[in-house]
Design a protein around this ligand. Sequence first.
Ligand code: AMP
Length: 143
Amino acid sequence: MSLHGTYDSDNIFAKIIRGDMPAVKVFEDDQVLAFMDVFPQSRGHMLVISKTSKARNLLDAEAKTLGRLIGATQKAVAAVTAALKPDGVMVSQFNGAPAGQTVFHLHFHVIPRYEGEPLGRHGEAMADVEDLKVLAEKIAAAL
Ligand code: AMP
């Protein structure tokens, strides 16, 4: 997948937004959604997306969408910091397959980091959904 192209309305995140696929949600409003990554690279790994934009990546995004998204990302970072007490939090965002992007709906990763714990590999081990629900509740309680 190149950096350029048309938005696929059947991508996984579009399905989650429509309610056609389940997700472990942490918070949402009419514009943004934060949910748990099912292949977490660390405990508390979340994704933040726009519910209205058809941006595939950063290049496509409207300024207003970006403003909302980065605001929601900051909110996710604050909540996960308060809830899970990580030693650091990494925020990442990939554009195009060679950069590591696998889902072509703009998203920010919020990845808590814990001293002495290496980062898990991208998309390697699937989490137990029940464990993710417990984490999501804990993070949501710290909002
Ligand atoms: P990227 O590689 O930046 O496009 O990231 C896509 C992310 O979406 C990966 O970290 C995947 O683990 C995650 N992911 C894929 N499908 C789902 C899903 N159904 N629910 C939650 N996270 C997902």
